[in-house]
Structures are given as C-alpha cells and as structure tokens.
Design a binder for this molecule. Structure first.
Ligand SMILES: [Fe+2]
Ligand SMILES: [Fe+2]
Length: 165
C-alpha cells in the first residue's frame, strides 16, 4: 500500500527535494519526507546505473543507491528516537515520490559532476540538521548519513573521471 504523505507535504519528487533543501531544523514531518526521498534514491541511482556506459561506472552508481536506502533507515531511526513513531522506508512500489515517471539523467561526466555537488550539499544539510535537531541520537544518525553523502560525491567524481578517461 502506498505510504501516506504527511499533510501538506509536497506531492512530487522535485518539489519534495526543493522543500527538504530549505529545511534547517527538521520537524518529524520533514523527516518523513526525507525517509521517502532517501528511499527513492535507490531507484534513481539504479535508473542511472542502467544507462551507464561501463560496468565500473554502473557499480559506483549502484553503491550510492544502496547507501541512500540505508540513509532512509537511519532517518526512520531518528523519527523513532524523537517521536516514538514507526515510519520505515517503503518498498519502491509503495513510495509516493516514485509514482510518476522518473527523471532520466543522462550519464555524462558533466551530469555526474553536477550531481556530486548536490551530494556535497547533502552533507551540509545533514550537518545543519544534526546541529539543530536537539536530540543526540538523531544527530548521530544525521552525521553518519552526511559523511556518506560526501563519499557519494567523491564516487560520482570518480565515475565522471572514468567516463572522461
Ligand atoms: Fe542520502
Ligand atoms: Fe547521497
């Protein structure tokens, strides 16, 4: 069954990303949106991997995708420690942000470098959330995710260099 969005939450993927990128101190509803976006990251990276020009590039993208799902689980853990509420990442088929056709990102070096900047920004976003959330256990989950967003950016640059080689 499709996961129900929090009341007033953006209903499409692009609007949800835009909303989340502007959040400095997340509410539980913001964290639910983040669970869904991180979980969607698995499919977004898988989709890109299927269009990659080499198995090496595909493997880097799939590695990032698997970790995005792990990020969704950590944000769900943060929701649990903050509110006691269970909000596990849904299967992709039940994710309301994966209902529409997914954006098709061509796997060019330029696109990967641009996506890398988004990943580095994700690290800063999680760092801000960790500083502002007021819960040390939740902050720890955010910081772990943030460190891995930096690694995602580095992997994307590595993939771009493979394409350019
Ligand atoms: Fe992530
Ligand atoms: Fe990431």
């Amino acid at each position: 069954m499709t996961t129900t969005l929090p009341a007033g939450a953006p209903t499409d993927l692009g609007a949800a990303f835009a909303h989340i990128n502007g959040v400095t101190a997340p509410t539980v509803d913001d964290l639910k949106i983040m669970v869904l976006l991180e979980a969607a990251g698995l499919e977004l990276y898988r989709g890109m991997a299927s269009g990659a020009s080499s198995p090496e590039v595909a493997a880097l993208l799939e590695h990032n995708g698997r970790e995005e799902l792990a990020h969704a689980h950590r944000v769900a853990k943060a929701i649990m420690v903050i509110s006691g509420e269970s909000f596990p990442p849904p299967a992709s088929v039940d994710n309301p942000y994966l209902g529409a056709a997914l954006p098709q990102t061509p796997v060019t070096a330029e696109a990967l470098r641009s996506l890398a900047q988004g990943e580095f920004a994700g690290e800063q976003l999680y760092e801000r959330w960790a500083a502002n959330v007021g819960n040390p256990d939740a902050a720890q989950q955010f910081r772990q995710n943030g460190r891995e967003e930096t690694e995602h950016g580095q992997r994307l640059i590595q993939a771009a260099e493979l394409i350019e080689a």
